[in-house]
Write a protein of this length. Structure first.
Length: 276
């Protein structure tokens, strides 16, 4: 199928449904993931759609906090890559540390791994994620794992944000902050939620080391609110599908880029379908 015909099909689907997913288009049009992403990029450049994590929406939708995808919707995207990233991120956690976990589906997977790893005790975890706190709760012990949950206003991604969360984080210092993001490009890290961006900045400000967890589909996705420039990122953990173009943009700015290999034999962390 010619590119112009594919793009017409993609645009028609966006207009009909309001949004499309890359994975669905790959199956429907029988082409590669990268081909669909290039088509969406061309449509976005023409102002006909707007790129978002995992797909595209209409040009006038999805840019405001009210249109932020929910936690359950987001954790079905790029699941294998997120699991690999979480496993690699776990190797950056050391016993005796205080770490911070932002809200997000990849940090939620990391929380499950931290909870299951008794070798990481003692450990203190600060989080503004209701899902991460729930994952860690069963492993809390008086002398082993401590969890500090900020207060705040709940977002669609199950983050606690706003002045209460910001004030809590301003009083704390951690060794490493693990940050999940909605999107990133050469200009930095972004999210569709203005309040979440401010809370993420407060979380990063108290960290000696900043680790961003972002699968390859988030490269080139731009949210409404900027969190931080790339040169504030000490380590980016992504997956091996991250493009060479993205690497060229990241390497001069990010301290180091780690790519999680696929098909890691380590067992996946359990997911509680009833978790918030």
């Amino acid at each position: 199928m010619l590119a112009s015909l594919r793009q017409e099909r993609i645009l028609a689907a966006v207009r009909l449904h309001g949004a499309v997913r890359v994975a669905d288009l790959v199956d429907e049009l029988d082409v590669s993931d990268m081909t669909i992403r290039r088509d969406i990029t061309e449509l976005a450049r023409a102002g006909l759609v707007r790129r978002v994590h995992g797909g595209a929406v209409g040009p006038d939708t999805g840019s405001r906090p009210a249109h932020e995808p929910g936690f359950e919707a987001k954790r079905s995207w790029a699941t294998a890559e997120k699991q690999a990233i979480a496993r690699l991120a776990l190797t950056l956690v050391e016993p005796g540390q205080a770490i911070a976990l932002s809200a997000g589906t990849t940090t939620h997977l990391l929380a499950h791994l931290v909870a299951a790893d008794a070798a990481l005790r003692p450990l203190t975890v600060v989080t503004n994620s209701l899902a991460a706190a729930e994952a860690l709760h069963a492993a809390v012990t008086p002398a082993g794992l401590d969890v500090i949950l900020t207060g705040g206003v709940r977002t669609p991604s199950d983050a606690l944000v706003g002045p209460v969360a910001d004030a809590s984080l301003a009083q704390l210092r951690v060794d490493t902050a693990f940050l999940g993001v909605h999107g990133l490009d050469g200009d930095g890290l972004t999210t569709p939620n203005l309040l979440e961006a401010a809370t993420d900045r407060a979380l990063l400000a108290g960290a000696a080391h900043v680790v961003v967890l972002a699968d390859h589909t988030k490269w080139g996705v731009v949210g409404l609110a900027r969190i931080a420039p790339l040169d504030e990122v000490d380590t980016l953990v992504s997956d091996t599908q991250l493009t060479a173009e993205a690497r060229r943009a990241l390497d001069p700015l990010v301290g180091r880029v780690l790519l999680a290999p696929p098909d890691d034999p380590t067992p996946e962390p359990p997911l509680d379908p009833g978790a918030p």
